[in-house]
Write a protein that binds this ligand. Sequence first.
Ligand SMILES: C[S@@+](CC[C@H](N)C(=O)[O-])C[C@H]1O[C@@H](n2cnc3c(N)ncnc32)[C@H](O)[C@@H]1O
Length: 244
Amino acid sequence: MQQRPQPAEYTSSSARSIGDYLISSRSFVEYQAMFALTSTDVAGRVLDCPGGGSSSTATLCEQGGDAVAADPVYSTPVAELIGRLDGEVRRGSAWATAHAHRYIWDFYGDPAGHARMRENSARLFGEDLLRRPDRYVAAALPDLPFPDDAFDLVLSSHLLFTYADRLDTDFHLAALRELIRVSPGRVRVYPLIDQSGQPVSGLLEQLIEQLTYDGVASSLVDVDYEFQRGARTMLELRSTGVVR
Ligand SMILES: C[S@@+](CC[C@H](N)C(=O)[O-])C[C@H]1O[C@@H](n2cnc3c(N)ncnc32)[C@H](O)[C@@H]1O
């Protein structure tokens, strides 16, 4: 049988991969939408992992919450990390505008509105990092330096699934087990598609099946946010304590 020619979009690796991990700077408003957060959800101790350049921890703490962020990039000297963020916002914006048809811009208005929100968020992150470095813990999944049950909620955005081109199934499983270890009550992960906007074939199903054996209940929850086309669902995990 003849192979159907693929559009260049799907054959070119530069159209599928953004390159090095982007240190993105999502705002708390984006986190609220992606993770369908209510004030009750964030009333306890919250971990943002990976935190990247997101201002969510800063905003949550500003609003009286109790949050920390973890990311390996926090081992970078503070001034150097802050100095990289503008370039990272531009890299993320360039990626999204180059592939604009894969995105729905309503939440931001247009690409300029998206860039403005991320620039503002990067600035808030930088200010908080300088003021409260203790909120930003240098750590990499799947090994976090927190005790069991340290958090009431973990938010994990744009690492798992997003970078499935370089993170395999074993990594995803180990990472989710680690997030559940530190927050057995609730872990939320978004998005569930990769950086090129494709579902990662079979990965989600395999992970849910494995976690079920660990006694982890999984729910797929529709959210009222869609920037990457098709990313309308988050994964919520909760330990039931009943291992099969
Ligand atoms: C696209 S950013 C997401 C940041 C933030 N959640 C947001 O949405 O703005 C991805 C982040 O994953 C971090 N990262 C890469 N490998 C990691 C690992 N093994 N464990 C935790 N974070 C990792 C990178 O340093 C980068 O900051």
